[in-house]
Write a protein that binds this ligand. Structure first.
Ligand SMILES: *[C@@H]1O[C@H](CO)[C@@H](O)[C@H](O)[C@H]1NC(C)=O
Ligand SMILES: *[C@@H]1O[C@H](CO)[C@@H](O)[C@H](O)[C@H]1NC(C)=O
Ligand SMILES: *[C@@H]1O[C@H](CO)[C@@H](O)[C@H](O)[C@H]1NC(C)=O
Length: 240
């Protein structure tokens, strides 16, 4: 991409709306960076916010950069996958006050796993998901998951539970901007799916949910300016 085009694109984004932008486009496994777009289905940045929780786009996003990665990253159970969000689908492109996200766009950060026969297969409907990570609103520090994502320079470091079964999975990592979430639709869901193979796992059988289905419209309605506590959408976090 030409620098002039990037500059033009960012001007258009700045002028067009108040909507957030952030894209998960890379992962690190136990501290080892896998590379931009490797083992991740990367949506194009201008279309990456999903607002319809009943849409199949809520599963792994849509309008992926082609070709999608054919890499499945190997992760030992109990290992850490760091999902990396940046302001655009190009990844980190230099200093940017809104990288990885606009810090005013508060909201939770969540992660889910679903077993899948082949983590590179195109079809992602009908999978069974369980939540492995959640940062909502910390009422002691008043920090949101989004604040921690900003402080952590876009990294969401999730531990793959040590008891999950070995095999291929999609890891769905999500940030929800609540800045326009007082009504539905309004919450902006940003997610990508990473393609991983868990090795050395256990034999856990977590309770699961479906996407779409796990989120109801009311579960993503929040008046950011009038809350004392916050319940993130979806099920409880699975622990071993
Ligand atoms: C998260 O993972 C990344 C990549 O491995 C690492 O650079 C960073 O220090 C980790 N952050 C935290 C808070 O552990
Ligand atoms: C809130 O933040 C404090 C201070 O960092 C931490 O000790 C506590 O565990 C956090 N609470 C939750 C629910 O994450
Ligand atoms: C704030 O929330 C409370 C409790 O839900 C509600 O009664 C009140 O009307 C809300 N205030 C505004 C300004 O929306």
């Amino acid at each position: 991409m030409q620098p002039s085009f990037l500059h033009l694109a960012s001007l258009i984004l700045a002028a067009s709306s108040v909507s957030a932008r952030t894209v998960l486009s890379a992962i690190a496994v136990n501290g080892v960076e896998q590379g931009h777009g490797v083992a991740v289905r990367v949506p194009t940045s201008t279309l990456s916010a999903i607002t319809d929780v009943a849409s199949n786009d809520v599963i792994c996003n849509t309008n992926f950069i082609q070709p999608m990665s054919n890499v499945v990253a190997s992760v030992p159970a109990g290992g850490v996958v760091a999902a990396e969000f940046h302001h655009t689908s190009a990844g980190y492109t230099g200093p940017d006050p809104a990288d990885p996200l606009d810090p005013e766009e508060k909201g939770p950060v969540l992660a889910y796993l679903a077993a899948i026969p082949d983590a590179t297969q195109a079809g992602v409907t009908g999978l069974q998901w369980f939540k492995i990570f959640e940062e909502g609103l910390n009422t002691t520090t008043h920090q949101w998951g989004s604040d921690l994502l900003f402080i952590n320079k876009g990294y969401v470091n999730t531990t793959i539970p040590s008891c999950v079964k070995a095999g291929q999975y999609l890891l769905r990592v999500e940030y929800i901007s609540l800045i326009q979430a007082a009504q539905y639709p309004g919450a902006q869901l940003f997610m990508s799916c990473a393609q991983i193979e868990v090795t050395e796992g256990g034999d856990a059988t977590p309770e699961t949910v479906s996407f779409p289905g796990a989120y109801t419209p009311t579960s993503v309605v929040t008046d950011l300016y009038n809350i004392s506590s916050y319940t993130a959408p979806g099920p409880a976090v699975f622990t071993c």
